[in-house]
Design a protein around this ligand. Structure first.
Ligand code: AR6
Length: 162
């Protein structure tokens, strides 16, 4: 089942939340900053051992002080107008996160709207990619959660899902 909610992703009691990180994995603003603050300093110490992460790829961290069991770290593409493979790279973020979640037997995974904040990806185009990937994996999970931060994003996701 795909669920669309409006929430702070750091508050969710789920098997895994996904972080929209940058390639260093060492923290930043937006959802990344919120996750580092809520998970505590052990997340940064853990991530320092991971050797970074390429765009579209994923790494794994424990949830540390979060209610979530795991943090899946992914790096979305920076929006550069749409001709720099942004769509495939963004899709890879979702697919690779879901594949990693399966290897950890996760039953629920929550995603933020990757790349649509600081990285500037247009929300509707990004939401289409997110929902397509989620639909392909819907049957393999109890719940795949699109965790929107704004009411406007919730409306966009709901329109696309229906
Ligand atoms: N819970 C859920 N969603 C959130 C939260 C939260 N607590 N906080 C923000 N969002 P962004 P990006 C939403 O900018 O575009 C960081 O500096 C936000 O409203 O966090 O992939 C990284 O280190 C937006 O809808 O991520 C990278 O350098 C969505 O999360 C860079 O930003 C994504 O916005 C990544 O940029």
């Amino acid at each position: 089942m795909i669920e669309i909610i409006q929430a702070d992703i750091t508050t969710l009691e789920v098997d895994a939340i996904v972080n929209a990180a940058n390639s260093s994995l060492l923290g930043g603003g937006g959802v990344d900053g919120a996750i580092h603050r809520a998970a505590g300093p052990e997340l940064l110490a853990h991530n320092k051992t991971l050797g970074g992460c390429n765009v579209g790829e994923v790494k794994l961290a424990p949830g540390f002080e979060l209610p979530a069991k795991w943090i899946i770290l992914t790096v979305g593409p920076v929006w550069r107008g749409g001709n720099e493979d942004e769509a495939d790279l963004l899709s890879n973020c979702y697919v690779n996160s879901l594949e990693l979640a399966l290897t950890k037997s996760c039953q629920h995974v929550a995603f933020p709207a990757i790349s649509t904040g600081i990285y500037g990806y247009p929300v509707e185009a990004a939401a289409k990619i997110a929902i397509n990937a989620m639909k392909n994996y819907e049957n393999k999970f109890e719940r795949i959660i699109a965790c929107c931060f704004s009411e406007n994003d919730v409306e966009i996701y709901k329109k696309l899902l229906s």
